[in-house]
Ligand binder design. Sequence first.
Ligand code: CTP
Ligand code: MG
Length: 377
Amino acid sequence: MTRIQGSKYSGIIVAAGKGERFGGYKQLVKINGRTIVHEVIDRFARCGIDELILVVRRDILPYFTYLKDLYSMPIKIVEGGEERGDSVYNGVKSSSYDNVLIHDAARPNITCNLINRVKNALLKYDAVVPIVPIRDTVVKVEGEEISGRVLRDKLKLVQTPQGFKKDLLLKGFDIARGKKLQFSDESTMLWDTLGISSHVVEGENLNIKITYREDLFMFRHELTAMGYDIHRLKEGGVLKIGGVVVKRGIQAVAHSDGDVVLHALIDALLSIKGEEDIGTLFPDTDVAWKNADSKVLLSKALDFVGKVDILKVDLTCILEHIKLSPFKEEIRKNIAGYLNIPKERVSFKAKTKEGVGEVGKGKAVEAFCIITYSDPV
Ligand code: CTP
Ligand code: MG
């Protein structure tokens, strides 16, 4: 293999674990709309790394091929091994450069600052490891009792990315693999095989490794989705707002029953999935939706969106001449029921347009919906 000399860096992202403690492939779980491993790749791709090596399991290889194609930088995909050390070894062997940064795919909060700290220290040291202090008191436990205190000042928690000179690391691996030794990280492997102490740099408290399912709670962000709809009004029939008949003798001009609030809600829900709007899911050319009850459309939209934690639904309906405040609580209750969330998480505001435009003249009704949500854990 041709070796390219100089300060160039391979980022090796080890993503070939089974996630036994998590209960499944944690690297493929979505947080904030993106898989954990995608987030890691994206962050590395933006932080001055010259090539990426993704170490993956064979059964999920197609997904990684898909991710690779999203980026223009050099990315290699390598098959992992039974133990983490085997996966790292396979990755390091395929590196094109002298410096390797090994990172757990399960640490999506990696920052360029930390990557740069490791890269810079690697200009001077052969092995670099980020560490963080232990926050809690550390004790020894025997059976069900504390049997002693441990001074924690000198104890630190080890993180990734760990940076190494490739040749040195491979030397350590040769010994470790020859003796069939396994290590949970490479710095301890170098210490045990070659007696080499790694240089430490400051890690980051937020750079935690997702190990158990509950760890996901720390990563959830609130996301928002917005929906809007408008309908002209005409005489006859009934006007439905949020599943409530608010007036007889007037109706919304629509293919379905024209419940503008539910339609704005559906649009916001579809936006969670990146869909355009209600018309793409329920086209008005489809007779199936002629005069359809918007509750039915809503339940279909919910099925389409799948599992999502809805934290807040904020609705505003703009309608002239018809007072909606008497129906406010019923509308909130309906919407909460449809979405299976507490009523306190739904707000409904009724406004007029102060006589401005078609809505202001009472010729149309419009509604806005903002949903705050997060991915489910
Ligand atoms: N890893 C790997 N190959 C393995 C084992 C682990 O590439 N044979 C990777 C994991 O995908 C993860 C990182 O090493 O990104 C840290 O390992 P860990 O947190 O232990 O993940 P898992 O091994 O997947 O989890 P578990 O130990 O609970 O099965
Ligand atoms: Mg493991």
